[in-house]
Design a binder for this molecule. Structure first.
Ligand code: SF4
Ligand code: SF4
Length: 176
């Protein structure tokens, strides 16, 4: 992961400007107690909120990517902190800083190359044929013009640049 260019003050100001003021958190723990992801993964949203109010290092914290955005915590926060929106904002800042999990980079590459995060593979093609279906479903995978339109959209919003996949966006279609 690259180092963030944001400093702590800069990050707090950005979050405040986006009305994601995590400084209002009183560390009651209601959010963590409500978090279904926290029961199965290492995410502790209370600690993440605390970190977001203090240090830019939150951008490099893998917990940032473990939230499923179910909104349980946000619904229950007694301080009405927009916790999930804060997570979205932090993720956005992180990606613009070049900080992204390798897995997300790989999935982004698949999206650019195939128009799908989970492109159809040979086994699925075989199963579809056995079921009497077309080998490839009626998606951009069977429509080169549609795939080009998807790529154009992804490029126009800078998705390929942000995900570091700009050099591969014209690569030949490959099986995942
Ligand atoms: S529920 Fe709200 S106030 Fe309580 S710890 Fe979580 S973010 Fe902070
Ligand atoms: S929105 Fe994220 S952090 Fe909040 S309860 Fe759901 S999974 Fe946990």
């Amino acid at each position: 992961m690259s180092e963030p260019t944001h400093d702590n003050t800069n990050l707090l100001n950005t979050m405040k400007a986006a009305c994601r003021d995590t400084l209002r958190c009183m560390q009651c723990g209601v959010c963590s107690g409500s978090c279904p992801s926290g029961r199965h993964m290492a995410i502790n949203i209370r600690r993440l909120v605390k970190k977001a109010a203090r240090t830019v290092d939150v951008l490099k914290d893998e917990q940032l990517w473990m939230c499923t955005t179910c909104y349980n915590c946000q619904e229950r926060c007694p301080r009405n902190i927009d916790i999930v929106e804060a997570v979205f904002s932090l993720r956005s800042i992180a990606v613009h800083e070049g900080i992204m999990l390798p897995e997300h980079g790989r999935v982004s590459g698949l999206l650019i190359r195939h128009g799908h995060a989970v492109p159809i593979d040979d086994e699925r093609k075989k199963q579809r044929t056995e079921l009497g279906l077309d080998e490839i479903p009626l998606t951009v995978q069977s429509c080169p013009e549609g795939l080009e339109e998807v790529r154009t959209l992804l490029k126009s919003c800078g998705f390929d640049r942000l995900t570091g996949d700009r050099d591969k966006s014209n690569a030949k279609t490959e099986t995942a």
